[in-house]
Write a protein that binds this ligand. Structure first.
Ligand SMILES: NC(=O)c1ccc[n+]([C@@H]2O[C@H](COP(=O)([O-])OP(=O)(O)OC[C@H]3O[C@@H](n4cnc5c(N)ncnc54)[C@H](OP(=O)(O)O)[C@@H]3O)[C@@H](O)[C@H]2O)c1
Length: 280
């Protein structure tokens, strides 16, 4: 299958490309998805059967400070990709987020629950979802959360980095979701895009926990069990973006066709094992 991937400089795109060395991958420096002509040219030339669109403005605080930029990249950029897919008859797999839900329900969200984003990042990604649904009937919308990856920036690397520098750590207890290892997610996405079972999917590692508990588990797994982390609540954390309180994603539809990701603890240990191998 001929696959084109956007955003391969990021965590998820990088993991996909590692599994698919023959895929056509574009990093931000090679293809800016906000350039309609460049996107059309790239997709028309490659004539892929499936485009996996990972490129996005993912810095939630930046999205909160510049909502128009978030909409430009995550909305207009996705429209450019969707229109190009429409033109060449490619299926489109769009990566989306737990933050399309406001997190107020207190129970896991299903694939077809109504979305109600509570911040500009979530809003821009939900606009991307709507565009994909309107323009490309052969689509997969894959929502995920709290991705940790071997490249790109993420929560895990920030926590480990700060602890190694001996910096004080305080992490919120009232933000709960499902951590997701980019390599596991990539495997799930690739299984899905071969099915032609178009629709909306939730792919995360299994298990939900708070940011605080995840940070604790990360440092424990890195042999820093004694390193202190102060538990705080969101109201004490002065940041531009307001994340949802409880946004665990329930995988129902992918599970029905045998696509599930392992427990987050096993995924975290696999991540650390891979990093150790890389450092050797
Ligand atoms: N990370 C998470 O926790 C998470 C959770 C839920 C959903 N997702 C979704 O999963 C997808 C992949 O996320 P990720 O974790 O791989 O994020 P990431 O590591 O931030 O990667 C996103 C990539 O998109 C690139 N990009 C930004 N603006 C672009 C533009 N205008 N044109 C082309 N490329 C552009 C970035 O390049 P530069 O850095 O060079 O700008 C970056 O390499 C995204 O759609 C995201 O919304 C992520």
């Amino acid at each position: 299958m001929r696959i084109l991937i956007t955003g391969v400089g990021g965590g998820v795109g990088g993991a996909l490309l590692r599994r698919l060395p023959d895929a056509i991958g574009y990093a931000h420096s090679q293809l800016d998805v906000t350039d309609p002509q460049a996107v059309l040219r790239a997709i028309a030339e490659a004539a892929p059967q499936v485009v996996i669109h990972c490129a996005a403005l993912t810095n939630v605080d930046r999205c909160a400070q510049a909502p128009e930029e978030a909409l430009y990249v995550n909305g207009f950029g996705t429209q450019n990709v969707a229109l190009a897919c429409q033109k060449v008859g490619a299926a489109l797999c769009y990566l989306s987020t737990n933050e399309v839900f406001n997190g107020e329900r207190g129970a896991p969200y299903g694939e077809y629950d109504p979305t109600q984003p509570a911040n500009p990042y979530g809003y821009s990604k939900s606009v991307g979802e709507q565009i994909v649904r309107e323009l490309v009937p052969q689509h997969y919308i894959v929502r995920t959360s709290w991705v940790f990856a071997h490249n790109g920036r993420n929560f895990l690397q920030r926590i480990v980095g700060l602890a190694r520098e001996g910096k004080p750590l305080s992490v919120v207890t009232d933000e709960v979701a499902c951590p997701t290892y980019a390599e596991d997610l990539a495997e799930g996405i690739l299984a899905l895009v071969h099915t032609e079972r178009y629709g909306t999917y939730h792919l995360t590692n299994q298990g939900a926990l708070s940011r605080y508990a995840f940070a604790r588990a990360i440092l424990d797994a890195y042999g820093m069990a004694d390193y202190p982390i102060a538990p705080i609540v969101k109201a004490q954390f002065n940041r531009p973006s307001r994340p949802p309180t409880y946004s665990a994603l329930q995988n129902t539809f992918a599970a029905l066709i045998g696509i599930t990701l392992r427990d987050w603890r096993a995924a975290l240990h696999a991540f650390i094992e891979y990093e150790r191998e890389r450092e050797r």
